[in-house]
Ligand binder design. Structure first.
Ligand code: ADP
Ligand code: ASP
Ligand code: MG
Length: 406
């Protein structure tokens, strides 16, 4: 039996917790498993490093950022290996590069292209636990890269695929995947299992319990995946292929994302090709656009075009739309950071109607104004004022009957 276990930031947040992780890994080893452990930076460390860079410069160079940020996971990996040795368990720690995690050159959000894992396999074969620094890889030019926030999940899943592991266990600070963030809604219910597609939507719409790309990867390579607590032995949530029962549940989860911004170009001449030009410039700069709304301005001759991007991209987005506005004779631009996106997700939406209207009515009943809407086969998202986020999540969770049984 070969298991990949990933421990997140809170789970390795102190030396005491690292010792507890080592004890848990030792138990799996004693039970006869080969174990590869992937660790995150100690909680708060990645943010601390980003803060330091931000104090030195307004827009830090991304190549240097990657070298900086990769250090957090290295510290955890080395400390975890030391804690294991102290328990008499053979262990070796490895960086992303030593693990042979090859990525593209997209610094701070690199994609994994290949994992050789030669040294990790050797360590495992010799009876050692391999402890791998998550969240990082290396380009063919030997530059260190990182895999985007929450990227240690991806390291774990991709490594599990490369090693053909029997199971990938994601250990975190909650007991599994819930119907919504249990830290916001205490009534949230833990799911026994969830389909890859639903998990993918939940993750991409803000449920940070798993990084979106890690779920994509797990789906593509059918990696057996479970999310569990690192603090107790409660059964976790399995991420599995969709089965027939799942369609019976209309809405299986509610998510929120406070890290979005809304950008608007005001009063652009209403003529063919304008939207195409705007969004090709935005895509050319590598910005990810989520929702788009275009409205005719009160004068009837121009339009306002609004779209959302991740907050981290909004300064770049603002530069682009300012330039675009002056080149195309638009009236001006606007940036709103105090927005958030709330979403409902469920494969059952494919076969049930009236789901979106129930969401809109529920928000309206609590005087929450909807600024933008987007839908797909299995989700509905609304952009609202960010101060109403928690309220919206709670009332939607209740309206769709997601609480645990009393
Ligand atoms: P780690 O540091 O272990 O990677 P994260 O902080 O990235 O942990 O993810 C775990 C957190 O995800 C939980 O503490 C919880 O607040 C949040 N979360 C958001 N939505 C959900 C959900 N639907 N189910 C479980 N946790 C969720
Ligand atoms: N330490 C990184 C982050 O905070 C990666 C991770 O924890 O998965 O985003
Ligand atoms: Mg995480």
């Amino acid at each position: 039996m070969l298991i990949v276990q990933k421990y997140g930031g809170t789970s390795v947040g102190s030396l005491e917790r690292i010792k507890a992780v080592a004890r848990r890994v030792a138990e799996s080893v004693q039970a006869g498993a080969k174990v590869a452990v992937v660790v995150s930076a100690m909680s708060g460390e990645t943010d601390r490093l980003i803060g330091m860079a931000g104090s030195l410069c307004q827009r830090p160079d991304e190549r240097e950022m990657d070298l900086l940020l990769s250090s957090g996971e290295r510290v955890s990996a080395a400390l975890t290996a030391l804690a294991l040795k102290e328990l008499g368990v053979k262990a070796m720690s490895f960086t992303g590069r030593q693990t042979g995690i090859m990525t593209d050159k997209a610094h701070t959000r690199a994609k994994i292209e290949k994992i050789t894992a030669t040294r990790v396999k050797k360590a495992l074969d010799s009876g050692s636990v391999a402890v791998i620094a998550g969240f990082q890889g290396v380009t063919e030019d030997e530059d260190v890269t990182t895999l985007g926030r929450g990227g240690s999940d991806l390291t774990a899943v991709a490594l599990a695929a490369a090693l053909e592991a029997d199971l990938c266990e994601i250990y975190t600070d909650v007991e599994g995947v819930y119907t919504t963030d249990p830290n916001i809604v205490p009534e949230a219910r833990k799911m026994e299992k969830i389909s890859y597609d639903e998990m993918l939507e939940l993750a991409s719409l803000g449920a940070k319990v798993l990084q979106t790309r890690s779920v994509e990867f797990a789906k593509k390579y059918s990696v057996p995946l479970v999310v569990k607590s690192s603090f107790n032995n409660a059964p976790g949530t399995y991420i599995v292929k969709e089965d027939k029962d799942m369609e019976k549940v209309v809405v299986s989860g509610v998510t929120y994302d406070k890290n979005q911004s809304k950008l608007t170009v005001l009063g652009v001449p209403d003529k063919p090709g304008i939207a195409g030009r705007l969004f090709s410039e935005i895509a050319g700069a590598g910005l990810v656009v989520d929702m788009i709304v275009q409205n005719i301005s009160p004068d009837g001759r121009s339009t306002d075009i609004s779209f959302t991007t991740p907050r981290t991209d909004s300064p770049k987005g603002l530069d682009i739309i300012k330039k675009f506005a002056s080149e195309h004779g638009a009236r001006g631009v606007d940036l709103k950071d105090d927005i958030s996106k709330v979403s409902i997700v469920g494969v059952g939406m494919r076969t049930h109607s009236g789901v979106a209207s129930k969401m809109f009515e529920t928000l309206a009943a609590h005087n929450i104004n909807i600024m933008m809407i987007s839908t797909s086969e299995i989700k509905v998202s609304c952009v609202i004022e960010s101060k109403y986020t928690e309220l919206a999540v709670r009332v939607l969770h209740e309206a769709f009957g997601l609480e645990k049984a009393a």
